[in-house]
Design a protein around this ligand. Structure first.
Ligand code: BGP
Length: 469
């Protein structure tokens, strides 16, 4: 990488509230649906990385790392514990202090409004995203945030990984059963309306705001050059990428998706005004956050095949199950790519391919809002963590990102996952992503001390030289 990244490029790191903060049940906060489902099935969110009590120290580490931006999320059940009732002053104070500290350190906050943590109260009251009522309650939550923090925060992200909520059903309080397919598309429709309403409100309340969704995307490759497989790759791109992005940027359902939904009786209930809400020019995102971890490979599959929802590998021992959509595509392994211990395929060039695909179609600024690699890590006797594999992963992805920029794609920032170790969605502290190690395991909180990994010092150099390695 001989050349610097563009002037003003945002260099940061990302986290999310339920994976990082802890203080799950204190200072007025209530439980979210992920606090509850993860407790039962995966891992405990009560302390996480205890950022709630280490935020000042954590911001000092960000400053030392050289970050000029930081992506984090606000927990809805900390701000409005009932979901739709009174505002919790302690919640507002926590984020006001954090944002103040970031700004004092010249770190631009990039704030995610919703990162999977729906207040359990709203799930219990009316089924959460199943009900249209959520659009009003989400709008009110956004209003509270924009009023409290709008004068300090420029970059906003509405909803994180709407696409992946389909893949991990517990993120929507679903079981993953095929019979829920219809419900999922209905929830997705409500999320689209909530997203558009939030963006419009942001534009009205904060004229200088830059706001858009953060979506998990992969480029889709055909397993072979057989035309059937190439068509399957096209269909997967349409279903897993364009479907969401078209609704965000064009306000329309992709015709191929609509045909499929009609054929399988999955079309969500819509109201006459919905199209106006989705197509409102004020509701158009200013940018798109892209979470990129891996590419996907697909082959053709006959119409009569059963639908299979994707399933993560929790221990790494069992294989992941890719999605199968009858008649359209089936996800398969790519023998040309290495993978990590949980079978996530490593493909830096896939990032460049994806950026071109998205930018060609929508021509909007893009921000990498997640990218990174998880692994099992331990402290050495002299309190170091040698994570060369992370340095290689990020370095290789930055090279491709740089090439994409040279080739004309407008990328405004890079927020790797994650700034510091935190809970993995399905692997707790067994799978670490950070530049900073947090001294705890799933079973034992130890002392929660922070230690800089080798990648911390490497990334510090990258930021210092604006991307020249
Ligand atoms: C994304 C989520 C993050 C994060 C990341 C890594 O899908 O937005 O919240 O957890 O994936 O995934 P995992 O924790 O499952 O390894």
């Amino acid at each position: 990488m001989p050349e610097e990244f563009p002037d003003g490029f945002l260099w940061g790191g990302a986290t999310s509230a339920y994976q990082f903060e802890g203080e799950r049940d204190g200072d007025g906060k209530t439980r979210s649906i992920v606090d509850n489902s993860i407790n039962e099935n995966y891992t405990d969110t009560s302390v996480a990385s205890d950022h709630y009590h280490h935020w000042r120290e954590d911001v000092a580490l960000m400053k030392e790392l050289g970050m000029n931006s930081y992506r984090f999320s606000i927990a809805w059940p900390r701000i409005i514990p009932d979901g739709d009732g009174a505002v919790n002053p302690k919640g507002i104070k926590f984020y006001r202090d954090l944002i103040g500290e970031l700004l004092a350190a010249n770190i631009e906050p990039v704030v995610t409004i919703y990162h999977f943590d729906l207040p359990q109260a709203l799930q219990d009251k009316y089924g959460g995203w199943r009900s249209r009522q959520i659009i009003k309650d989400f709008d009110h939550y956004c209003y509270v945030l924009f009023k409290a923090f709008g004068h300090q925060v420029k970059y906003w992200l509405t909803i994180n990984e709407q696409s992946n909520m389909f893949a991990l059903p517990y993120l929507l309080n679903l079981s993953g059963d095929e019979s829920e397919e219809r419900v999922k598309f209905q929830m997705n429709h409500h999320m689209m309306l909530a997203n558009a309403t939030a963006i419009k409100r942001a534009h009205q309340m904060m004229p200088g705001a830059v706001i858009g969704p953060a979506i998990g995307l992969s480029p889709y490759y055909a397993l072979s050059a057989k035309p059937e497989d190439v068509l399957a790759a096209h269909k997967a791109t349409v279903f897993r990428n364009d479907f969401f992005n078209d609704l965000y940027f064009r306000g329309t359902y992709h015709p191929e998706v609509l045909n499929y939904l009609t054929e399988y009786d999955l079309v969500p209930q819509m109201q006459p005004n919905d199209q106006t809400i989705l197509m409102d020019p004020q509701a158009k995102p200013d940018y798109l956050g892209i979470n990129y971890y891996e590419s996907k490979t697909v082959r053709a599959v006959p119409t009569g095949t059963d639908y299979a929802a994707p399933r993560a590998s929790v221990t790494g021992k069992e294989m992941r199950v890719g999605e199968t959509r009858p008649g359209l595509y089936q996800e398969v392994e790519n023998s040309h790519l290495p993978s990590n211990a949980w079978h996530w395929e490593i493909d830096p060039m896939g990032l460049r391919i994806l950026l071109h695909q998205v930018y060609d179609r929508y021509q909007v600024p893009l921000m990498i809002t997640e990218n990174g690699i998880g692994g099992v890590e331990t402290l050495t006797a002299d309190k170091r963590v040698h994570d060369d594999y992370r340095i290689d992963f990020i370095s290789d992805h930055l090279k491709e990102l740089r090439l994409a920029i040279d080739e004309g794609v407008d990328v405004i920032g890079y927020e790797p996952w994650s700034f510091m170790d935190l809970l993995s969605t399905t692997n707790g502290f067994r799978k670490r992503y950070g530049f900073v190690y947090v001294n705890r395991t799933d079973e034992d909180l130890l002392d929660l001390k922070r230690y800089k990994k080798d990648s911390f010092y490497w990334y510090q150099q990258i930021i210092r030289s604006n991307g020249v390695s």
